[in-house]
Design a binder for this molecule. Sequence first.
Ligand code: GDP
Ligand code: MG
Length: 618
Amino acid sequence: MENLIALVNRLQRACTALGDHGEESSLPTLWDALPTIAVVGGQSSGKSSVLESIVGKDFLPRGSGIVTRRPLVLQLHLIEEGREYAEFGHLPRKRFTDFAAVRKEIADETDRETGRSKQISSVPIYLSIYSPNVVNLTLIDLPGLTKVAVEGQPDSIVLDIENMVRSYIEKPNCIILAISPANQDLATSDAIKISREVDPKGERTFGVLTKIDLMDKGTDAVDMLEGKSYKLQFPWIGVVNRSQADINKNVDMIAARRREREYFSSTPEYRHLANRMGSEHLGKVLSKHLESVIKSRIPGLQSLINKTIIELETELSRLGKPIATDAGGKLYMIMEICRSFDGNFKEHLDGVRPGGDKIYYVFDNQLPAALKRLQFDKQLSMDNVRKLITEADGYQPHLIAPEQGYRRLIESSIVSMKGPAEAAVDAVHAILKELIHKAISETAASSLSFLATELKQYPSLRVEVSNAAVESLERMRDESKKATLQLVEMECSYLTVDFFRKLPQDIEKGGNPTHSIFDRYNDSYLRRIGSNVLSYVNMVCATLRNSIPKSVVYGQVREAKRSLLDHFFTDLGKKEGKQLGTLLDEDPAIMQRRISLAKRLELYRAAQTEIDSVAWSK
Ligand code: GDP
Ligand code: MG
């Protein structure tokens, strides 16, 4: 018993940590991990008596007739110290210290369910006994198997009881005490019949022979006890329980045990078997068997625990680190998360992650296409040229060359390039913004870095960082727009003189005073001016096509890489611990989850230590 108690205690420490406390635990509770012991047999074969003597306590209703009419699930709990007491599942928090009262409550509760008739019910009664003198075990007292219905019982009763009994003993972790009275033919034993059905190899069935003292004079149980009548895997054990007369006289357990011992050692037929007979021996055999069954479960339990520990650790690391408590730690944590986000963002631009190529697409396709759509040739149609030149001349037609007219024509064309320039700035801004959102969600979801889900972990920080980044981008966009439009304005403000000097001289013929004044506005003259302006404008367009991307990259892309979160960091530096705390306001559900995971992990580690020590002890 000592060994078993120590073993079960350690297991209990392990399992209480797990099954009984761990919510949604996949591990068995102690009671699942431990075998249960059930008594089966015919009516009045002595089941309740045997169970009582294993427990070492008088508390079960016994007697002739159908006494046990509901299953009794009896859990024994070892307590460190204190007075022993019992509790019923149907009467929580009511402590019974008088075991006669326990017996009465079992009888009363049986009647409550079945009525005063001899009905049988499959609804179990749960009884827990807390004592310093027991080992943690579950024992089940079952109604006796019958062959015929009596006293107004329905005909189905025989099968009903059989099915109920079977439902308990067919569980593989159930140890069966098959009780057969010695004063009946073993061939008719209901206990043997049903236990063989659920445990054909007899690996968990113990044959117990009761009422040896009641055998007819001249007969003995030696053949049965030696397994000659019916062989079981484990040797038969004979017991002598208290007779009805003993019960009526309140013979106590200790006296009964002593008498049982005397009976086997003094009866000549059994003397040679005496050391393997009796209730005490049955108790020892059972506890040894329990020990080996429990030990055989340990490797499975160990691997289950190890597996769960790994799962818990994985989930914990996926949830990320808990929040630092001091301002410095919090600041460091925020910076760390921001750096990881910033790194992701840059990787998008630099081609490590996708998306940066969209910017080049703007320069290579969208911008040239937009410039092309300006259709300068239409703008420089003859009518337009005439109109602008005439307007620029005012009341005095130009004498040599239409200087003012040229300027107006050129300016009006170049100014229209502001549209595509501005569109390029906006397009790149949109791409950068999209990359920020990508990088934010990657910082929240990547499973690669230990910062893994940090931005997911802190929804407020996520919002703040992405707002700050977008605000930065907007500032950069505004600056870049100014600079880029300036490029266009610069082209308007000063024309490339050389271009006009290099024009073939006859182009300037329009200015030749020898021509008639009426020639000056004729078609070929205007067409020449138009084509001069067009080639100048095309030249400027080609220049801007090259310089707008430079300005955009300089003002937006390069700047975003350099200083996306600078403002955010400056503001951060001014914040107090409490404000930093609100940034790290983790989702309470996650916080809770981490705490409970950590707690369970601790329990499982403790359980692992316990189980390992059980496994290694001999
Ligand atoms: P159950 O119906 O199988 O639970 O049987 P009980 O334990 O209630 O016992 C039925 C009756 O048989 C009771 O009166 C017991 O005192 C008596 N009894 C049980 N075992 C023995 C035994 O080994 N010897 C004697 N003389 N009587 C016994
Ligand atoms: Mg009984």
